[in-house]
Design a protein around this ligand. Sequence first.
Ligand SMILES: [Zn+2]
Length: 287
Amino acid sequence: MQTTIGKQVSISGVGLHTGYPVSITLCPAPPGTGVVFRRTDLQNFEIEALRKHVSRVVLATTLMKRGVMLSTVEHLLSALYGWGIDNLYIDIDSMEVPIVDGSALPFIEMLQEAGTQEQPAERLFLMVEDTIRICDKEKFIEIRPHHSFRISYEIDFDHPTIGHQDLELEITPQIYAREIAFARTFGFYAEVEQLLKSGLIRGGSLENAVVLSEDGIMNGQLRAPDEFVRHKMLDLIGDLSLCGGPVVGHITAYKAGHALHTRLATELARNPNLSRRVRESRLAAMA
Ligand SMILES: [Zn+2]
């Protein structure tokens, strides 16, 4: 069945790029709503969390509708998708989702506090029927038919703390909450100055990202030795959520990022021959 949350929950923080203080409130929404942001600072202007509103994906995923922007949506959307929430209003009083600790864990904790409410409508899955592969030099992302939602992710950074990492997981709400949600975003100190000069990461701090120096980590301990590849999976799930329904298929990603993730979501949403909409009851019967 489709799901929303049991009760309203709120959180406050700052935007990573703007540095602006911001509060968000998650509110239950009726069946068929999908995930919809409401800019409470702009007379509740609504922006649906859909691929057609994606405008920039360089350092973060930004939505734009009729000139109204909403930035850094991917970690919150990842938590909602990973936790299996179909319908939700997200009231937000600024233009950027709070970065909180740089992971999706605070959002999962909100969802756990709010509880899940099943709704009298069937979920519609996006079942992959043909393989799609998108390449960019040696980087690639691929999705192929599979009976569940599975991700294999591999990264390779020329940095002693990261190096080569790969992980394969079957994505369920429990596995998402335990294995992926905690992984924080990461960045290289050498790039920080340039980003600040460009007017970005004004809300960045050692509290909301893993910051890497040339040969190590500048702020404390990792939450897992392979926290980096786990965060890439977290980003991928958030970007994939924009294709508008729970995906059934196996994704393999190699050194990918927001740009390739979003291109995959676009291909899936745009090309009806590659996938088919399947009702939950039908999917259960096929398993
Ligand atoms: Zn991220």
